[in-house]
Design a protein around this ligand. Structure first.
Ligand SMILES: Cc1cc2nc3c(=O)[nH]c(=O)nc-3n(C[C@H](O)[C@H](O)[C@H](O)COP(=O)(O)O)c2cc1C
Length: 184
């Protein structure tokens, strides 16, 4: 069977943040098992219905990447007990029908997704719950079991380098296995 396409969406815009490092771990885990690519979406304008028609190239590119994906894996920090605003902006764009076309042309409909995140004490639990709910609202099929939440260690916070415990590594592997099944 041909390898599935997994698109990774990193919810931090900063270079080499913890969630960027977590995304790199996920890419390594999926190597040889799926075609993995990244979604680059920082050029998306803030949602403004005046900008929807004609479709802008930045919006078309993001929609096309999601359309090509068998599964979309969100790897995001938690901002104030939810997901960052740019992630909401991305999902808002994905939730909109193509200009002049019917509602069912939104690429978020039927998108298969899963969520992970690295953050503070709550291991991004609030972000993951909020993002799961948002994705379900826009019609995605969300694999909510086996989500990985990483509570960053003191060592990680001090060094800026993501260190994962054996339990974290096992959880991430289990999520990868389950997601490959989910999109098969
Ligand atoms: C606006 C803002 C709000 C934040 N709110 C939370 C929060 O609710 N819970 C939490 O664990 N960390 C919170 N943090 C801290 C982030 O977990 C931390 O900055 C983390 O390094 C961000 O992820 P990144 O390294 O992948 O960019 C917040 C950070 C910012 C910038």
């Amino acid at each position: 069977m041909a390898e599935k396409n997994v698109l990774i969406v990193v919810g931090t815009l900063r270079k080499n943040g913890f969630n960027e490092q977590l995304a790199q771990r996920i890419e390594a885990l999926l190597e040889g098992r799926a075609n993995v690519s990244r979604l680059y979406y920082s050029a998306l304008p803030l949602m403004n219905q005046d900008l929807e028609d004609p479709e802008r190239p930045e919006v078309a590119a993001v929609r096309e990447a999601v359309r090509q994906a068998d599964g979309v894996w969100f790897v995001s920090p938690q901002y104030n007990a939810s997901f960052p605003g740019h992630v909401k902006n991305l999902v808002d764009w994905l939730s909109r029908p193509l200009p002049g076309k019917g509602r069912d042309t939104a690429v978020s409909g039927g998108m298969r997704a899963t969520v992970s995140g690295a953050g503070g004490r709550t291991a991004t639990a609030e972000m993951r719950a909020a993002l799961d709910a948002l994705l379900a609202f826009v019609g995605a099929q969300v694999m909510t079991e086996k989500e990985t939440g990483i509570a960053l260690s003191g060592e990680s916070w001090m060094s800026g380098t993501l260190t994962l415990s054996p339990e974290d590594e096992a959880a991430l592997s289990a999520q990868a296995e389950a997601f490959l099944e989910f999109i098969a």
